[in-house]
Write a protein that binds this ligand. Sequence first.
Ligand code: G4P
Length: 290
Amino acid sequence: MTIQWFPGHMTKARRQIQEKLGLIDVVIELVDARLPLSSRNPMVDEILSGKPRMIVLNKSDLADPQMTKEWLNYFTAEGHIALEVNASTGQGTKDIPNKAKELFKEKIERQIAKGIKPRPVRALIVGIPNVGKSTLINRLAGRNIAITGDRPGVTKGQQWIKVGTEMELLDTPGILWPKFEDQNVGYRLAVTGAIKEEILNVEDVAFFAIKYLARYYWQPLKERYELEQPQPQPQDFENPDEIVAIMEAIGRKRGCIVSGGRVDLAKASGIILRELRAGKTGRYTMESPF
Ligand code: G4P
């Protein structure tokens, strides 16, 4: 799904989230473990207006495990509860209700002190499109739920999903938008498939990906495509021809040849991105907290 965010869309999305905030106790902010900043909304603190929140790094199966640890440390040092999950398999998701309870602890203790039996913690999942919100809702629910997009005047038709005995989840997630103003954010989102690369040029997106992988993940790239050239040196990254040479080598390996023996770069780019997104080129993270 491609979503283009214009000021009108953003205002509407923001209003829809704010309508839901009144119903819930804690927020589960879902980000992509491969790009924990670019897949976040930069105004999230303001939008969530101080609701207790945990940051959940999803798709951790596709991210560099060492970098995921660094990101968890980073968010923890910022005072957040942070955890990594794979919503597709459910790995790590069992911790979510416990963490939600932890976030809501003071209120629960106050209720107990007053002799009130505490009710389940009510949670809302928020995140940018494609980050895995629906997958996580289904995983936590333990069944497939038809998750529909938001409509104006939303809150009435919504259902609570029981997650064990101590948490309830709103069945419709809150949709946040990424910050496209920075071109590199757009490229990172396109590389991971969070936005369709058609918004950008497929060859430019693959170029961005190969430049990054050649610098930080050369070994898995070399192995995947049986590359014969040496890893580019730091100064080579300033020269686009060096990166295009790698893309061409990949294209040749994959038979993307047009008449005259030239490499069809658009076709090669499509393959590079498809395989990267499916995790076939190894696990990678596209930004670092330091
Ligand atoms: P959204 O509601 O936030 O828009 O995202 P959604 O759950 O639809 O997930 C977007 C895509 O990400 C889906 O793939 C989904 O399977 C995949 N996904 C979600 N969580 C994980 C995860 O932890 N690991 C991996 N590897 N993938 C994850 P799709 O290709 O759009 O659909 P499909 O392949 O599931 O049919």
